[in-house]
Design a protein around this ligand. Structure first.
Ligand SMILES: Nc1ncnc2c1ncn2[C@@H]1O[C@H](COP(=O)(O)OP(=O)(O)OP(=O)(O)O)[C@@H](O)[C@H]1O
Length: 586
């Protein structure tokens, strides 16, 4: 316990210590660098802050945004305007307001992202950048026409101290991004990048995740633009052109800017490449070509510089984690023995009806996927949902969990009608599901994923107990380092930790070995009594179904063929014929 507390304190302290170290190095540079390099350094800092923002919207949330420097222009415009009217608060307050102004613009630009993806979103954001560019050329920045410079803060009025102010801003932005990335928002960005359905199914708003990513990204863009205004004194539209936004995007993709150190590296490249070209007598615009080539390389290889470097470290960490898992396995096996001592399948519950599905119809074109399906799942029970391939099992789970709003019929949970509710709202009311396809974002750790899915305060002990119970790897394991079968187990454990009222499991054992099937069966059996959760289990493995489920519902061609106590259903000749075709197989 004390160890867990200590490691939390260390985890909280380390980023602050790194930031303080960075500030000290920055101070030394501000004093020691030649004047020209101080100016270049300030440019690198403002680029790094803009790229840090891009890393969120592109790297973490997986959306294309080609207008980062337009957000920077908004920040620069606000700072220039406030400086011109000598608004109260001074430069730092103007900088914050510039960031917030850009953040609001980010939300507005993010609205189309709720419907658009890929190239369409790229076109919209580039169009916004082009329109803003034309507008800025026309209206100019405040103070440009009269030649009035932005007022820097008294303590940071010369270039060297202004460079140091940039360092302080970068450290503050880095810390904010670090904690956001590791919090709920960060998990929601990574989840939405991997699967919007998976995100909605755990009660997280997909629009909310996308808009917060755009807002934070644009706010950082605005802060970087505000710093540019302070650096150059009078900002011009040419510093924020769409082609530069495009180049910055490529740089963010290439460097892996969702990693803070790589965003800083990207900022350095942004300055160093054109500077080198200048020294070699090559026009600086060729820098865009260099960035383009690096971006093409990153996109075609499917990786980026940051990931490549991290992989060396991850390889060793994954090997260590795998060794720990093996050691863990013996403990878990012993626990499986313990769990096996009181194997009691949840008996047919006399509990109140929890899930009530009435007369559900779903059609896809001419295919009637579900025809007049009605069923009831009582509290504290495990119901098996079986049927041949294409019988409509996944469609039923989709309809119950809100992913098929066009269905007819009604679904209620604990007496509350769910029909008008989105998947997110249904999840928040206690209806959770897992998926046949992998929806577990590999970019998270097990712990971050579990906390994100659970949506409640969990102690480290509670998490590790539940992970152990389901035979999952330890909390700090990277999800990318475990196989799909294990990810499914983690998905189940995380949803159980959410303490829903009902959990719909869509083939949770797919990808597991026979022994793991048996183990999972043993554990699932205890879920109603141990966690107070009812379960609907879709499964083709009849051994698992037989050992775990007290009641069964059989679907065939979208209709309920039979429903009732397990033994009766598995002995029903109609079920045997429809489901397996051969009596002896049951
Ligand atoms: N999006 C869709 N568009 C058209 N048809 C669909 C769609 N989704 C499902 N179907 C059809 O609906 C029927 C039921 O499919 P569903 O995936 O629900 O079956 P299932 O019982 O889950 O099958 P399996 O056990 O193979 O997962 C099938 O005929 C399938 O082809």
């Amino acid at each position: 316990m004390r160890l867990a507390k200590n490691s939390t304190v260390v985890r909280l302290l380390v980023p602050f210590l790194v930031a303080i170290g960075g500030v000290l190095v920055g101070y030394a540079l501000s004093v020691g660098l030649p004047g020209y390099f101080v100016y270049l350094g300030t440019s690198a800092i403002v680029a790094a802050i803009a790229i840090l923002g891009l890393g969120i919207v592109t790297g973490s949330a997986g959306m294309i945004a080609l207008c980062q420097l337009t957000f920077a222009a908004i920040g620069a415009w606000v700072v220039s305007g406030l400086s011109l009217i000598d608004a109260p608060g001074g430069f730092v307050v103007w900088l914050v307001l510039g960031g917030l102004g850009a953040g609001v613009a980010g939300v507005l630009v993010g609205l189309p992202a709720l419907r658009l993806r890929g190239v369409n979103l790229a076109v919209v954001t580039l169009g916004f950048a082009a329109a803003a560019d034309v507008t800025l050329v026309q209206i100019q920045f405040p103070g440009a026409a009269t030649g009035i410079f932005v007022t820097r803060p008294d303590a940071f009025s010369d270039d060297r101290s202004f460079f140091f102010l940039g360092i302080l801003a970068l450290a503050a932005c880095g810390l904010v991004v670090f904690f956001l990335q590791r919090g709920r928002w960060g998990s929601s960005w990574r989840s939405v990048a991997f699967s919007e359905r998976g995100t909605a199914s755990v009660g997280t708003s997909v629009p909310g995740a996308k808009l917060t990513a755009f807002a934070v990204s644009a706010t950082l863009g605005g802060v970087s633009g505000g710093l540019v205004a302070g650096q150059v004194g009078i900002a011009f539209a040419s510093s924020f052109s769409p082609i530069q936004s495009l180049a910055l995007y490529v740089l963010a993709i290439m460097s892996g800017a969702y990693l803070i150190d790589m965003a800083i590296f990207g900022g350095l490249l942004w300055v160093v490449v054109p500077e080198l070209l200048k020294r070699w007598g090559v026009p600086q615009d060729w820098g865009f070509v260099v960035f383009g080539a690096l971006g093409v390389q990153a996109l075609t290889s499917g990786t980026n510089l940051g990931q490549g470097i991290r992989k060396l470290w991850w390889k060793r960490a994954d090997e260590r984690a795998a060794r720990e898992r093996e050691e863990h396995a013996s403990t878990i096996a012993a626990e499986a023995g313990y769990y096996g001592q009181d194997l009691t399948r949840s008996t047919i519950s006399s509990g109140a009806p929890l899930l009530v599905v009435k007369d559900l119809w779903v059609t896809f074109g001419r295919v009637k996927a579900l025809s007049s399906v009605s069923l009831t799942v009582p509290e504290n029970t495990i119901m098996g949902l079986i049927g041949p391939n294409g019988a409509g099992k996944s469609t039923l789970v989709d309809a119950i969990s809100g992913f098929l709003p066009q269905h007819e019929g009604s679904v209620s949970l604990g007496g509350k009608t769910l029909d008008a509710l989105s998947p997110t709202k249904r999840a928040r009311l206690g209806l959770r599901r897992t998926f046949q396809q992998d929806r577990v974002p590999p970019s998270l750790t097990v712990e971050a994923y579990v906390r994100f899915v659970a949506r409640r305060r969990l102690t480290a002990t509670r998490i590790s107990e539940t992970l152990d119970f389901f035979g999952c790897p330890p909390a700090r394991t990277r999800l990318a380092s475990v196989d799909v079968g294990t990810r499914r187990l983690i998905e189940v454990a995380a949803n159980v930790l959410a303490r829903p009222r009902l959990l719909l499991l869509d083939e949770p054992a797919a990808g597991l070995s026979h022994e793991e099937h048996v183990d999972l069966g043993r554990r699932l059996m205890q879920v109603p009594a141990r966690f107070g959760i009812s379960v609907v289990l879709i499964e083709h493995d009849l051994d698992l179904v037989r050992s775990v489920c007290s009641t069964l519902t059989v679907l065939d061609f979208g209709r309920v063929l039979a429903s009732g106590p397990q033994a009766d259903i598995l002995a029903d000749p109609a079920v045997i014929k429809a489901y397996m075709g051969e009596t002896e197989m049951l």
